[in-house]
Design a protein around this ligand. Structure first.
Ligand SMILES: *[C@@H]1O[C@H](CO)[C@@H](O)[C@H](O)[C@H]1NC(C)=O
Length: 184
């Protein structure tokens, strides 16, 4: 394998890595039981957010959290979320409407949806979905393998980039020398 081939291979791997990371934004989270989690959700900037609603598919018309007119509305909140939820940023700066859920247990498993009412439209818009599957403490090896894979990818990518820089450098150097020789 020539250095150039391996350089290209590494660049290809880097690409795969970036694509993999981007698609890991599919949002399945597997927090350990007892931990506080943040479910991220963002509204494109420039929109005025009138209300935010977080719900879970299996709760019917009860919601996880409803925030409107600058306050939480507990009227139809599912009892299991009382005093356990908050917005990451109540000012919703930069469109951040992420949810904080405290002390998760496996009864919190499910598919969470983030909806907003923005001033320009009169209906709820779904801004994101986060699926959660709570794991028992010490059962998060999955995350560790991901981490190891990630480190290997980054190492390969850095190696590839170095080889590429070396090759290009050598190429330029050679061409320089050739021109020099022609001049001489
Ligand atoms: C999340 O859960 C819903 C309902 O169970 C399912 O339809 C969807 O494919 C899941 N998404 C991911 C990313 O796991």
């Amino acid at each position: 394998m020539t250095p150039l081939t391996s350089a290209w291979l590494s660049v290809a791997l880097l690409f795969v890595c970036v694509v993999d990371l981007a698609s890991s934004d599919k949002k399945l989270i597997t927090p350990e039981s007892g931990k506080d989690v943040t479910m991220t959700c963002a509204v494109p900037q420039g929109k005025t957010i009138r209300a935010v609603k977080w719900s879970r598919a299996d709760l019917g018309d009860k919601y996880v959290l409803l925030y409107q007119d600058g306050q939480f509305d507990p009227a139809n909140q599912h009892p299991s979320f009382k005093n356990r939820v908050d917005l990451q940023d109540r000012q919703m700066k930069d469109g951040d409407v992420s949810l904080i859920l405290k002390a998760v247990t496996s009864t919190d498993d499910g598919s969470y949806k983030c909806r907003v009412l923005v001033s320009e439209s009169a209906s709820w818009e779904i801004m994101g979905t986060v699926n959660m599957s709570v794991s028992l403490p010490g059962q998060s090896e999955g995350v560790q393998t991901d981490m190891i894979l990630f480190i290997v990818f980054v190492a390969l990518a850095v190696l590839g980039a170095l080889i590429l820089i070396f090759c290009v450098g050598r190429c330029i150097y050679r061409r320089c020398k050739k021109t020099q020789n022609q001049v001489l």
